[in-house]
Each structure stands twice: as C-alpha cells, then as structure tokens.
Design a binder for this molecule. Structure first.
Ligand SMILES: *[C@@H]1O[C@H](CO)[C@@H](O)[C@H](O)[C@H]1NC(C)=O
Ligand SMILES: *[C@@H]1O[C@H](CO)[C@@H](O)[C@H](O)[C@H]1NC(C)=O
Ligand SMILES: *[C@@H]1O[C@H](CO)[C@@H](O)[C@H](O)[C@H]1NC(C)=O
Ligand SMILES: *[C@@H]1O[C@H](CO)[C@@H](O)[C@H](O)[C@H]1NC(C)=O
Ligand SMILES: *[C@@H]1O[C@H](CO)[C@@H](O)[C@H](O)[C@H]1NC(C)=O
Length: 223
C-alpha cells in the first residue's frame, strides 16, 4: 500500500512539474460550449470578487485554464463566444440568428476522462475540440431566450452543448461588467493567492494569473 502510494505520488509529481502540458491555445478558434449553475455572489476558482456573477462568466476546461485547482493563467480573460451549431441533437441544429456573448473566465472546469472538459494538448473532447467554455447559465446577466431553439421540431429548447467560435477580446470595454470595479477583480502582485482575477489581462506577466498548481507543485486532477 505504501509502495503504491509513493508510486502514485511520483506519477502525479512528474505531471505537476511539467507545466508544458497546459494547452497553449490560439487567441481565436472554435470550441465547445456547455452551461452550468453558479450561485449568485459565489467566489469561483479564480478568486474573483462575487460581484462578477452579476455579469456573463464561464469556466474554462482545465488544461486550457492552466491549473488543477484554484487560479490559472486564463483567469480574468474575456472571450467573445458565438453560437455556431449543435450536433448532439439529431439532426444538428443551425440557428438562423447570430448570437454571441462576451464572457470573463472566473472558474475552472475540471479535467475528466471523456467529458466536455477532457481536452488536453493531444486529445480532443467528444465534440472534436480542445477547449470547452462552461457558461454560467441561467444567469441574471443573460436573457432567458439567449439560446436559439426550435421547440416544435425538437420537443425541447436546451441543446446542452454547442459548437462555438471564440475570439479573445479586451475586457475593457467589451465585457458587460467593464464599468464595475467590484466585478472586474484585479491582480498586481504575482503569486498573491488572495486576489487573482486580472481586470483586463493583456498577456503581460504582471497582469496574468500564475498557475496555482505550478506554484504549489500540485497534481493535475484526473477525475
Ligand atoms: C462578437 O462576435 C459577433 C459575431 O461575429 C460580432 O458581431 C460582435 O461584434 C463581436 N463582439 C465583440 C466585442 O468582438
Ligand atoms: C424548425 O425545424 C423545421 C424542420 O427542420 C423547419 O421546417 C422550421 O423552419 C424550423 N423552425 C425554426 C424556427 O427554426
Ligand atoms: C464546428 O464549427 C466549425 C466551423 O463552422 C466546423 O468546421 C466544425 O465541423 C463544427 N463542429 C461540429 C462538431 O459541428
Ligand atoms: C496578498 O495581498 C494582500 C493585499 O495586498 C495582502 O493583504 C495579503 O497578505 C497578500 N497575500 C499573500 C499570500 O501574499
Ligand atoms: C504591466 O506592464 C505593462 C508594460 O510594462 C504596463 O504598461 C502595465 O501598466 C503593467 N500593469 C500592471 C497592472 O502593473
């Protein structure tokens, strides 16, 4: 038992030390989008202030988020997500309207074996994408009719998973919470664990979250 424990520790330790395993994703691309529930005012993995939940936010899949627990280098980044089509439905649904939303990443979507957040550098998720954005929805920040549907044909309105395109955008002025300092969050102190939600990450090291895992040599979590 002790031997097994030590062996597991070593395997995870190697993983944790290998920060090169995080996905270095392009600024613009395609991804999958799912949705999840986050309580109003909740402080999620990025440690952003609770007011961020008043505006559109999302969790990003772990290997793109860049940490196995707590904050990662994607924290605070803003993306314009545009719905393209569904494909877990039969047949796939192509909306006749263009719907997009600018979200701020405030949370981590844990890596799993085969789930929507299972993308790694070398393995795509079941939607053939490396990245998944898990949108906080329903949300007071997003209209209830945000997702296009065709209920008379499909018999339901929530497709669950969408194929989306994403563009990296500046949070200021594009994010709906851009004028609310209490929602933006900020980080000026690299390695400070108490506040880690850059208001407007620019790609410079001084306003990008460090990876909590890399700093603390924590293992990846393979659920
Ligand atoms: C987001 O994408 C949509 C669809 O391409 C576009 O109309 C909109 O201007 C974009 N928003 C921003 C802030 O880039
Ligand atoms: C719903 O789907 C049916 C069958 O494909 C199509 O004829 C109809 O135009 C669709 N309606 C909407 C609102 O997309
Ligand atoms: C997602 O959209 C892209 C761009 O239109 C397309 O190339 C890709 O096949 C789509 N993927 C799925 C699973 O529908
Ligand atoms: C982080 O910064 C805050 C405010 O400057 C400070 O009170 C706190 O002690 C710092 N925490 C760490 C772990 O450095
Ligand atoms: C980070 O560095 C850039 C370039 O040196 C500077 O313009 C910016 O003000 C700095 N940001 C913070 C939050 O210190």
């Amino acid at each position: 038992m002790l031997v097994l424990t030590l062996l597991l520790f070593c395997v995870f330790y190697v993983h944790a030390a290998d920060s090169g395993a995080w996905i270095d994703y392009p600024a613009d691309g395609t991804a999958t989008m799912t949705h999840y529930t986050i309580p109003d005012g909740d402080i999620a993995a990025c440690g952003c202030v609770g007011d961020s939940t008043k505006y559109p936010t999302a969790a990003l899949s772990q290997m793109a988020f860049g940490s196995s627990t707590a904050f990662g280098p994607s924290c605070g980044k803003c993306f314009n997500l545009t719905l393209l089509n569904t494909y877990t439905s039969d047949p796939p649904f192509f909306p006749n309207v263009v719907k997009s939303i600018v979200i701020k990443v405030t949370d981590l979507c844990p890596l799993s074996e085969n789930g929507w957040c299972s993308g790694t550098q070398t393995k795509k998720n079941p939607g053939n994408q490396y990245l998944n954005f898990d949108l906080a929805y329903p949300s007071r920040a997003i209209p209830d009719d945000f997702f296009p549907s065709n209920e008379s044909y499909y018999g339901y309105t929530d497709f669950g998973v969408w194929n989306v395109s994403y563009q990296t955008v500046s949070c200021i002025p594009n994010w709906a919470g851009a004028n609310n300092k209490a929602a933006l969050g900020s980080v000026t102190n690299l390695g400070n664990e108490s506040v880690c939600c850059p208001a407007n990450p620019t790609g410079n090291l001084n306003d990008t979250c460090p990876s909590y895992s890399d700093d603390n040599r924590l293992p990846y979590v393979f659920a």
